[in-house]
Design a protein around this ligand. Structure first.
Ligand SMILES: *[C@@H]1O[C@H](CO)[C@@H](O)[C@H](O)[C@H]1NC(C)=O
Ligand SMILES: *[C@@H]1O[C@H](CO)[C@@H](O)[C@H](O)[C@H]1NC(C)=O
Ligand SMILES: *[C@@H]1O[C@H](CO)[C@@H](O)[C@H](O)[C@H]1NC(C)=O
Length: 418
């Protein structure tokens, strides 16, 4: 077998084994995020977390309450981030020193909530010390909110919570698998979008139906979404505070859909569907539908305690398929992760060329399963999973910065910090 085909076989085996259920949501269904009582974030004031305080806000567990603005970051992998095994700079994990938490939740220091905590601009917090509790966990669905809230301590009465959640519920993962990656070799995905007989069109339609389902007699996405933000708002540690806020973030459209640059590209290394303008428009429409649903349901709640935070505008110019030049350039320009297992590309070709980790040291993302690069860690703690795959279609650090900026504006507009 050639190196190329063996590399592809390796990749595909990871896609099938590790991401069969869910490349966006690496935590296995039913696995609780953390054992009760597991430390979350800033509990060790002499430990690694201290360096995460912004330099102008030297606060720790001894800081007087009146000098602190405390909050709680809840949600799924859009809130937690998806760690990719400390690569390349070795300090990506938020839960440093706690391998169990790393494996379970994959929280990263790039996450928007951590960036907010570290932001030199603390005007949003009336220049007080930002104190973050961070139970958000990759793979979570709405029913994980109770478990995340149970991990919150009352050391500093939290003033607000953030929630980023819903994509796992909507069926975004099957859309990405069916429309972009075709990862399951044993599955016939049928004709490409927009053919209604293909898996892609069907999954887009299913997700759309899930988002918009208004049947009051079934347990709908709508009910679960409303239930989640109400549970946060009404949680016993928060409910007595009339000024408490729940900030619910939206999602960002993944594609530039006006430029034809990607029409002939596939994001799958070999033989995948083309990222056509029509496909990009349809997937963007799904994100817009979800955002409208969230903002509409929050508006209907008519409660100043619940605030929708649109994040989409912040990604303008940094989605997939921006007119950036080559296939590789658009990838680098994008604030979302693509399948970066293959880091070498033949210029102007529709498909990337596979790189060979045995001969090419510039092929680092092949760290997926390659002990030579330290061996990544699976959600169950075993070695050999593929963080390069689980992070796909999630924001890179600058994407989280865009989310942080949107949140900061919304806090300034909607939260009284005195
Ligand atoms: C706190 O963190 C420091 C530095 O990582 C470590 O040496 C120490 O053992 C930790 N203390 C506790 C109580 O975990
Ligand atoms: C989504 O559902 C709405 C309402 O049923 C429908 O009008 C729209 O065409 C659907 N869009 C897709 C892409 O299926
Ligand atoms: C895509 O490929 C077709 C057929 O080779 C070609 O006519 C078209 O110009 C290409 N489109 C772009 C945007 O490169």
């Amino acid at each position: 077998m050639s190196t190329t085909s063996s590399m592809l076989a390796l990749l595909l085996s990871f896609l099938i084994d590790k991401t069969h259920s869910n490349p966006i949501a690496p935590a296995p269904d039913g696995e609780s995020a953390l054992a009760p009582g597991t430390a979350l974030g800033p509990t060790n004031t002499s430990g690694p977390d201290v360096r995460l305080w912004a330099p102008n806000t030297p606060c720790n567990d001894g800081t007087p309450a009146e000098d602190v603005v405390s909050w709680v970051a809840l949600g799924d992998s859009y809130a937690s981030g998806v760690t990719y095994n400390n690569w390349p700079n070795g300090n990506l994990d938020y839960d440093q020193g706690d391998q169990k938490a790393i494996n379970a939740c994959r929280r990263i220091v790039d996450a928007y909530s951590v960036q907010l905590k570290n932001d030199d601009d603390t005007s949003w917090a009336a220049n007080k010390c930002p104190y973050l509790q961070f139970p958000a966990c990759s793979g979570s669905k709405f029913d994980a909110i109770d478990g995340q809230l149970n991990q919150v301590n009352d050391r500093y009465a939290p003033r607000f919570a953030t929630m980023s959640m819903g994509a796992n519920e909507v069926g975004w993962v099957p859309v990405v698998k069916s429309c972009i990656y075709h990862d399951d070799l044993n599955f016939d995905y049928g004709p490409d979008f927009p053919d209604p007989n293909g898996a892609c069109a069907k999954e887009i339609s299913n997700a759309n139906t899930t988002i918009l389902n208004d049947d009051e007699y079934s347990n709908t996405f709508k009910d679960n979404f409303i239930g989640a933000f109400r549970k946060i708002r009404d949680y016993n540690l928060f409910s007595q505070n009339d000024d408490f806020r729940v900030f619910v973030t939206g999602y960002a459209q993944f594609f530039n859909e006006d430029d034809p640059a990607c029409d002939n590209y596939s994001f799958r290394p070999v033989g995948g569907p083309k990222i056509t303008t029509a496909l990009r428009q349809a997937m963007n429409t799904l994100v817009k539908t979800l955002n409208q649903r969230y903002s509409g349901l929050i508006a209907a709640e008519n409660d100043p305690k619940v605030v929708f935070v649109p994040i989409d505008d912040g990604f303008q110019g940094h989605r997939f398929c921006e007119p950036a030049g080559s296939y590789r350039d658009q990838r680098i320009n994008s604030w979302f992760w693509d399948l970066a297992v293959f880091d070498n590309y033949v210029p102007n070709m529709a498909q990337p060329q596979l790189c060979d980790p045995d001969t090419d040291p510039s092929c680092p993302d092949v760290a997926a399963g390659n002990p030579k690069y330290g061996g990544p860690v699976n959600v169950d703690g075993s070695v050999g999973g593929s963080p390069s795959l689980t992070r796909i279609f999630h924001p890179k650090r600058p994407g989280h910065t865009a989310m942080e900026q949107a949140l900061k504006s919304s806090i300034k507009a909607n939260l009284k910090v005195t």
